[in-house]
Design a protein around this ligand. Sequence first.
Ligand SMILES: NC(=O)c1ccc[n+]([C@@H]2O[C@H](COP(=O)([O-])OP(=O)(O)OC[C@H]3O[C@@H](n4cnc5c(N)ncnc54)[C@H](OP(=O)(O)O)[C@@H]3O)[C@@H](O)[C@H]2O)c1
Length: 259
Amino acid sequence: MNIHIIGGGNLGAAIAKGLAQFTTGNNITVTRRNTHLIESLKGQGINVQANNTAGIEMADLVILAIKPWQTDAVLDEILPHLNGKIIASAVSGVTLQHLNQRAGGSNAIIRIMPNIAVEFGASATCVSALPQDMEKAQPVVALFNQVGTAVIIDEKLMDAATVLGACGTAFALRYIRASMQAGIEIGFDAKTALAIAAQTALGATEMLLKEQAHPEQLIDKVTTPQGCTIVGLNEMEHEGFSSSLIKGIKTSLRKIKEG
Ligand SMILES: NC(=O)c1ccc[n+]([C@@H]2O[C@H](COP(=O)([O-])OP(=O)(O)OC[C@H]3O[C@@H](n4cnc5c(N)ncnc54)[C@H](OP(=O)(O)O)[C@@H]3O)[C@@H](O)[C@H]2O)c1
């Protein structure tokens, strides 16, 4: 596919790098106004340009990775050059109804919500589309399945997907940072503590995904009666571990909905 990514910032550049590294047969172009900031992408075979419309008529898929307030202007700029294309918008909070009204019907606009682990082939991407565009969304789902996982969700859950999947990256990293800090307090140097905490989180995730198990089933395997794991876990729960995570996720969702 010829893929044009408009907005080579944190997410757009991560998508470009992930697609360049983990997929084959795609020609990837990234645009942003300050191209000097993403010159290094050229070394990975990615085209970099400031002009949003140059060559866009050849694109099979256009990905929008710009801020919400930039969306209408960018659509007005590119739409005259597109006909019958798939546009996948990663823009948070801009609805399918708004996007498709703006597009005027000739192009299919769907929404995607990847996270920045897309760069490492490990995004949890959510996709939503209007019923008439579901078939056109399939190649996009297939593409994002090559850089992690991709699932179709109801658009009404897109904000929730943003919190759980995209903000979730920061939540998981904060868990690892806290583990690292505890590791230092119980005797490790910072580098070793981080390496152990990060690999342990990765190992737990691998186990969970490969065994398709409920987390609590796997926790049972680690908790010896009256042992050190269960006392630590219960102390964390007394201090509000699960509760604070749930409250944080709900607060993030409220923030998205309130704008
Ligand atoms: N970061 C994440 O983890 C994440 C995850 C999921 C979804 N999202 C969504 O993805 C979108 C982008 O987020 P981000 O974090 O990547 O923001 P960002 O780092 O600010 O990237 C936005 C990019 O758009 C470029 N841009 C602005 N106007 C443009 C124009 N007219 N033409 C071409 N490029 C233009 C900007 O570069 P120049 O100023 O140089 O043009 C900037 O690099 C947001 O809507 C966000 O909600 C982000």
